[in-house]
Design a binder for this molecule. Structure first.
Ligand SMILES: Nc1ncnc2c1ncn2[C@@H]1O[C@H](COP(=O)(O)OP(=O)(O)OP(=O)(O)O)[C@@H](O)[C@H]1O
Ligand SMILES: [Mg+2]
Length: 347
């Protein structure tokens, strides 16, 4: 969906990564047997993913349904089992954290979910929903301070403090998502994983909520992983974008570089699915249509996982899995044989 009023390109922050992920794999076992369960196969939801997110940055994570975006998001928050790989937050591997470290990490890394209707408890008042993390982590600081903090959080997300006494059903989808955001920022986190956080909203409301995320990032110094299946949604907010396909990252680049000159055939196809507002441009631009479904994560294709759907597939693509590596002369990473041939040309 096109987003109104595209903001100027956010300045990509530099400095040490807040989050570093190396060779992450999450495989879900499939078991059979009545008395003795034995593993017969595994769904390779995430299968060798490496990336980093710098402090104050927004990394967009995009790809079709089922490619492993949510599983990646859950894994970096320590909420999914990890089959292989290393996740480090602020320099500390999650695997090395003791109980106190995990407690601190839970405060510093939060999630905003997709469904503004399903993710809020309908029997709780807004004040209790927003304040719950403060109570769980013992940060209420007395009745008055707690009330003041809840009112402040509601104001931060553009809601009125007097709305604290109401219940979720009294709010629109966009307002509910603001309540979810207020809850996520209650403990002053550093990192928020936004999993399709605006995907269920109308386009005009999407833009407002995206702008709220950007305002909060400026005010509170937040770092985001912003997950969406649609490249148009992440464009507005991301500094860099990682494109996922079937458990792998196939391309990572700065936002404008990715949109102006996509290098992986899958990124090209995803971008050409976005409608262009100008009918003259729309009529003349080349479209790359993705044929077929995403193959099963149970049995990913040999070689490059995208080869059965790729318009440029070469014999090598069926045999060799292309690593994610830098493209000469840029800091972009691409996993495609076409890009790493000595005579590589554009698709
Ligand atoms: N708990 C689980 N047990 C078994 N399989 C799972 C589990 N969670 C995810 N999967 C599978 O892992 C793959 C990746 O799922 P995931 O939800 O991460 O994808 P996604 O990119 O977030 O998709 P969507 O855009 O639909 O949200 C899918 O094949 C999914 O069916
Ligand atoms: Mg998902």
């Amino acid at each position: 969906m096109p987003m109104p009023e595209l903001a100027p390109a956010p300045q990509a922050p530099h400095g040490a990564p807040l989050l570093q992920v190396d060779d992450l794999a999450v495989h879900f076992p499939i078991t059979r047997g009545v008395f003795v369960q034995r593993q017969v196969a595994a769904i390779k939801a995430v299968d060798g993913v490496s990336f980093h997110v710098r402090r104050g940055e927004t990394l967009g994570l995009v790809g079709e349904s089922g490619c492993g975006k949510s599983t990646t998001g859950l894994a970096v928050l320590g909420l999914s089992p990890v089959t292989r790989g290393r996740i480090a937050f602020d320099g500390q591997p999650l695997a090395d954290m003791d109980k106190a470290d995990v407690h601190r990490f839970r405060r510093r890394a939060q999630m905003v979910y997709q469904d503004p209707y399903g993710s809020l408890n309908p029997r709780m008042r807004v004040a209790d929903i927003v304040g719950e993390p403060l109570r769980i982590h013992g940060c209420t600081g007395g009745r008055d301070a707690y009330r003041k903090r809840v009112a402040e959080l509601l104001e931060l997300v553009g809601l009125l403090p007097q709305m604290a006494e109401r219940y979720p059903h009294e709010f629109s989808g966009g307002q509910r998502q603001r309540i979810g955001i207020a809850r996520a920022i209650a403990l002053n986190p550093d990192l928020i994983v936004c999993d399709e956080s605006v995907s269920a909203l109308d386009v005009s409301i999407q833009a407002q909520v995206v702008n709220l995320f950007m305002d909060l990032q400026r005010e509170l110094g937040l770092t985001y992983i912003f997950i969406a299946h649609d490249l148009a949604v992440v464009r507005h907010i991301s500094n860099r974008i990682a494109v996922m396909y079937l458990g792998r990252i196939v391309e990572v680049a700065d936002r404008d570089a990715l949109y102006d000159d996509p290098q992986h055939p899958y990124t090209v196809a995803l971008l050409s699915a976005i409608p262009v507002a100008d009918p003259a441009v729309e009529a003349t631009r080349a479209r790359v249509k993705l044929t077929g479904e995403v193959p099963s994560a149970l049995r990913p294709p040999s070689g490059c996982r995208f080869h059965p759907r790729c318009p440029h597939a070469m014999p090598v693509c069926q045999q060799e899995d292309p690593p994610l590596q830098p493209v000469a002369g840029s800091d972009r990473l691409v996993a495609c044989h076409l890009r790493h041939l000595p005579t590589a040309g554009h698709a």
